[in-house]
Design a protein around this ligand. Structure first.
Ligand code: ADP
Length: 259
């Protein structure tokens, strides 16, 4: 019975993962289709922007290809591919993609209040997580409002946020001026398949997937929200100390000698 339970849990995890990937893939296809649609229009009018839109579509397609490569890597049980990432720079690198994804009515503001701390994290997964949060924010703002990304650094005591261990964290706060959430919605947002969006629009897998990724990366998530007041999602990701490609001994390594 124990083995059956474990098998069932494993199948559930696989189902969640597959759905999460379909969700991301859908976002990327939206970028591809949007770019092609615009390119088509410009071809008709003979405008010079067609090339640019095709390049945008290609970027979306490349992202989708990278995602399927990761899926293959996962099915071979390969781990995440973490590297030292500077959050502010990563977000700056996403501004064009965000502008295209969000549409004209939504302004994007970024503020780097960080201390230059870096994160040891899978860069592509983090980009996907931020893109997912941006799409949620867009939906909550119904086309009008401000999306902000604020990066920072904080030293947390043990369990100060969720189940974090004591230490330095890079924070990435994704804020919107949208409809916000009721306490009932907030309580359930990390549940797989929980969605308040119409059928065909929401899968309910965005936040549960982000939660899984952040926890797997040694981090935590906090959400500050109220109906009519907008939403702030804060990712706490453990600080990477060390210069090179290899992370310096994490706190957990201290007792390695005893094993
Ligand atoms: P989906 O976006 O497919 O519904 P998520 O897991 O990403 O799945 O989100 C679950 C639910 O949480 C959403 O349906 C919505 O009700 C709520 N939600 C998520 N992000 C926001 C936000 N920024 N503002 C308001 N509600 C949100």
């Amino acid at each position: 019975a124990q083995e059956q339970l474990r098998q069932a849990q494993k199948m559930e995890a696989v189902g969640q993962l597959t759905g999460g990937i379909a969700h991301d893939f859908n976002n990327m296809l939206a970028v591809v289709l949007g770019g092609l649609e615009l390119a088509k229009r410009h071809l008709h009018t003979g405008g010079p922007d067609a090339q640019k839109h095709i390049e945008n579509a290609m970027e979306g397609a490349n992202r989708a290809a990278a995602l399927t490569r990761r899926l293959l890597a996962f099915s071979r049980a390969e781990p995440l591919l973490p590297e030292a990432v500077e959050a502010g720079a990563l977000i700056d690198g996403m501004t064009e993609l965000l502008d295209r994804t969000l549409g004209d009515g939504i302004a994007v503001e970024t503020e780097d209040a960080g201390k230059g701390w870096r994160i040891w994290v899978d860069r592509h997964q983090l980009e996907n997580a931020l893109l997912n949060l941006a799409v949620n924010a867009r939906d909550a703002m119904e086309g009008q409002g401000t999306l902000s990304f604020v990066t920072g650094g904080i030293t947390l005591a043990e369990n100060e946020v969720g189940e974090c261990v004591a230490g330095d964290y890079v924070t990435i706060e994704v804020g919107d001026t949208g409809m916000g959430m009721t306490p009932e919605v907030l309580e359930r947002v990390f549940e797989p398949f929980f969605t308040t969006k119409p059928v065909g629009k929401g899968t309910g897998l965005g936040l549960s997937q982000i939660f899984g990724f952040v926890r797997q990366s040694g981090g935590e998530i906090g959400i500050d929200t109220a109906p009519g007041k907008g939403t702030q999602v804060v990712l706490y990701l453990p600080r990477h100390v060390g210069e090179g490609a290899v992370p310096e001994a994490a706190p957990a390594a201290e007792d390695a000698s005893e094993k």
